[in-house]
Design a protein around this ligand. Structure first.
Ligand SMILES: NC(=O)c1ccc[n+]([C@@H]2O[C@H](COP(=O)([O-])OP(=O)(O)OC[C@H]3O[C@@H](n4cnc5c(N)ncnc54)[C@H](O)[C@@H]3O)[C@@H](O)[C@H]2O)c1
Length: 370
């Protein structure tokens, strides 16, 4: 593991522990001595290093997990490939599409995989929602609405996060885009975004209003809101199908509810106990829980993703979530920023890598689109 910060402690290490029959943690490295000490003494990482190259040379791992801030992902993934390792890289995998393309090419040349940890599709609630799509109960997915209310503070905006100007869509929105691609099983043709910033308490974008359109008329709408003082909702999504809707939400709750379905003039009562998230299928006033997640859905879904990765390496298959696939998710992030800056929709085929155009930069993408 390169980087022994929060994501390693709270997500990777708990995930890896559940895979101990297939995976052995050999070492971790971090430039921060305190992070190394905590990893060794509190989290039982067997060997810690200051330098990533030294760690890889001395421990010769099969897979290197890159868990540092985004600015280091490309350089450290390339380093791991240089030593013949597969790479499990945290999101966002790169800061430009040109860098993502470089990783795609380098992984192919090294005959190794780079898999990106956009793990949200592998949460129980999202897998259960996906399984409903195409069933007689749900029908075709027509529209998806996603929203987040999150209260940023000095802790959440500390260090490198606080320095990002493009933070919300780049660092969090990338998960939502990966879910949109997962559920629609198609690539959007156009994206429009507004990113107003009426109160710039922090450096970064605080409000993302995004619309995605698909060729067959389907659509998705995403509202990421870090201005609201309302109750936090980490990620709520509603998938509207032909015959029913599925509502997913990440986060725990214990809730009693009682009320009146006004149109039907019928009272209702309900009780819900959820540790990490739930998915509910709804049809008018009828609803049924179809899945729940445990206390740490971020770790359990990372474990699911990593397990697939190991199986694919062993079986010689292409794993899910490779950098080549993830580039399409990342393209949506940059297209959203381009759309917001140019005040124009961005047409996504212009951002696909093409012969002789692999070094396309984000700003060139904007120019083409506008
Ligand atoms: N997939 C998810 O659900 C999820 C959740 C949280 C964070 N993340 C991602 O994980 C990455 C890390 O986030 P975090 O919250 O752990 O950040 P963090 O700041 O808590 O930890 C980053 C660690 O990397 C170390 N580091 C920095 N430069 C280094 C270098 N050159 N070599 C070695 N170590 C170095 C730092 O000292 C720090 O300990 C980010 O890309 C973030 O977006 C993903």
């Amino acid at each position: 593991m390169i980087g022994l910060g929060a994501v390693t402690r709270n997500i990777h290490l708990p995930a890896y522990r559940t895979l101990s029959d297939k995976l052995e943690i050999v070492a971790g490295c971090d430039t921060d001595p305190a992070a190394r000490l905590t990893a060794k003494d509190k989290f039982g990482v067997p060997a810690v290093f200051e330098d990533a190259r030294k760690m890889i040379m001395e421990t010769a791992p099969d897979i290197v997990s890159v868990c540092t801030p985004p600015a280091f992902h490309v350089e450290q993934s390339l380093l791991a490939l240089e030593y013949g390792c597969h790479v499990f890289c945290e999101k966002p995998v790169a800061e430009t599409l040109a860098d993502a393309d470089k990783l795609v090419r380098s992984a192919a040349e090294a005959e190794r995989h780079i898999v990106v940890n956009n793990q949200f599709p592998y949460m129980n609630i999202h897998r259960a929602a996906k399984e409903r799509i195409g069933t007689p109960e749900f029908g075709k997915l027509l529209f998806l609405q996603a929203s987040q209310i999150f209260h940023p503070d000095e802790v959440t905006e500390a260090d490198w996060r606080g320095l990002l100007r493009r933070r919300l869509c780049f660092e969090f929105g990338v998960h939502v885009f990966s879910l949109v691609r997962y559920f629609f099983d198609d690539e959007p043709i156009a994206i429009s975004a507004q990113m107003p910033n009426p109160l710039s308490k922090f450096r970064s974008d605080a409000l993302n209003l995004i619309t995605l359109e698909f060729a067959d008329g389907r659509a998705a709408s995403i509202v990421l809101n870090r201005l609201s003082n309302a109750r936090e909702r980490y990620l709520d999504m509603r998938l509207d199908g032909e015959y029913a809707s599925v509502h997913t939400s990440i986060g725990g709750e214990i809730r009693f509810e009682a009320g009146l379905h006004t149109r039907q003039k019928r009272p209702f009562v309900g009780f819900s106990f959820v540790k990490g998230g739930k998915a509910v299928i709804e049809n008018g006033t009828r609803s049924r829980v179809i899945a729940k997640d445990g206390i740490n859905p971020f770790a359990s879904s990372t474990a699911y993703h990593f397990n697939n990765f190991i199986d694919s390496i062993r079986n010689g298959n292409t794993p899910q979530g490779t950098v080549a696939d993830n580039r399409k998710t990342l393209a949506l992030v940059f297209a959203a920023y381009d759309s917001a800056e140019t005040r124009n929709p961005v047409y996504l085929k212009d951002l696909e890598p093409a012969e002789g155009r692999t070094e396309l930069s984000v700003s060139e993408g904007a120019a083409i689109a506008s």
